[in-house]
Unconditional design. Structure first.
Length: 328
């Protein structure tokens, strides 16, 4: 038996994107209802402790799900280590010295293997951890479709090419999200994930010193914010110094990220261009979410479900890994 929640779960994965309204074929919220009813309680109890220990962990786990789903779909490919058959995604440009939270996923997996052996996939654990982290940070909750299975492969090249870089133009961001079946609404709402967590100096340095190859700062940066950033992120060195993505509430999941964008205080180029990139639709959405936190929360939940439905492995595809670091 391939660890399915129900005996009839064999409807094989179509591998299609989950943009067909209701959710990806094969995933459903009650997947573990009989095989591991306590799965979310276990996830939440580990998360509570981990986030109490390190408040940034919520942000790191939210990001982990994004970096998984954008490469081969939400299949836990991001968790695989180098081995004879695997070239790990952990060494890609977007991930190296940057992705965190692997130990927390391991801790959840260990508890689940004790209570529901060989049942819950690493890919579902990552999705549950992303939702739980959002909730524990004060953000919205949502009914999370489950039943993803784990890949037997990883894609370092996919990781290097599918995850947008922080100096992306707005057109570039829209194109890369479109490729995953996500639209401008999803792009703006999901970028709101930057309401928590931090970024390294190296990811925003270009904006401070040489935005357009003319040795000038990005003119959309508000002046005092810009001066503060320069002191954290010098022209040479300090690449690993960190700054909050939302400096007014870096551990709270709220809509201040969008308010800051309007004040010229978005940290990454990819943040600020949602407002200034000359696409009316994304500009409008930034303003709407800055005004209406409830609407942002609702759309964030919807878009997280959509992102979580990208090309899942279901049925007899993939496997339930015993250890999230390696294939069985
Ligand atoms: C729109 C395109 C996006 C770009 C260009 C982008 C870029 C980045 C960069 C450069 C960092 C800092 C990494 C570092 O310095 O080590 C970061 C952090 C983060 N990103 Fe994104 N991101 C994007 C979308 C998303 C999405 C869709 C989510 C989740 C819904 C997300 C959640 C996060 C979180 C929570 C952090 C902080 C992580 C931590 O503190 O450990 N990002 N992002
Ligand atoms: Ca993946
Ligand atoms: Ca915040």
């Amino acid at each position: 038996h391939p660890g399915l929640g129900f005996g009839w779960g064999g409807g094989s994965g179509t591998g299609g994107h989950g943009q067909f309204g209701g959710g990806a074929v094969g995933l459903f919220p009650q997947f573990y209802q009989f095989s591991c009813p306590q799965v979310n309680d276990i996830v939440m109890s580990v998360l509570e402790k981990a986030i109490a220990r390190d408040p940034r962990m919520a942000a790191s786990l939210l990001r982990l799900h994004f970096h998984d789903c954008f490469v081969q779909g939400c299949d836990a490919s991001v968790l695989l280590d180098d081995s004879a058959t695997i070239v790990s995604e952990k060494k890609s440009g977007p991930n190296l010295n940057s992705l965190r939270g692997f130990e927390v996923i391991d801790e959840i997996k260990a508890k689940l293997e004790e209570q529901c052996p060989q049942t819950v996939s690493c890919a579902d654990i990552v999705a549950l951890a992303a939702r739980g982290s959002t909730v524990l940070s004060g953000g919205p909750s949502w009914e999370l479709p489950l039943g993803r299975r784990d890949s037997k492969t990883a894609s370092l090249t996919g990781s290097n090419t599918n995850i947008p870089p922080p100096n992306s133009t707005l057109q570039n961001l829209i194109t890369m999200f479109n490729r995953q079946g996500l639209d401008e609404v999803d792009l703006v709402a999901l970028s709101g994930g930057h309401t928590i967590g931090v970024a390294r100096c190296v990811t925003f340095k270009q904006r401070l010193y040489n935005q357009n190859g003319n040795n000038q700062p990005d003119e959309t940066l508000e002046k005092t914010y810009y001066l503060g950033l320069k002191s954290i992120c010098p022209k040479s060195g300090g690449d690993n110094n960190i700054s909050p993505l939302d400096f007014s509430s870096p551990a709270r999941f709220d809509n201040t990220y969008f308010k800051l964008l309007i004040w010229g205080r978005g940290l990454l180029n990819s943040d600020e261009v949602l407002l200034t990139g000359n696409v009316g639709k994304t500009m409008e959405l930034v303003k709407i979410y800055a005004e209406d936190e409830n609407l942002f929360f609702k759309q964030f939940a919807k878009s997280m479900i959509k992102m979580g439905n990208i090309s899942p492995l279901t049925g007899f595809s993939g496997e339930i890994r015993n250890n999230c670091h390696r294939v069985n």
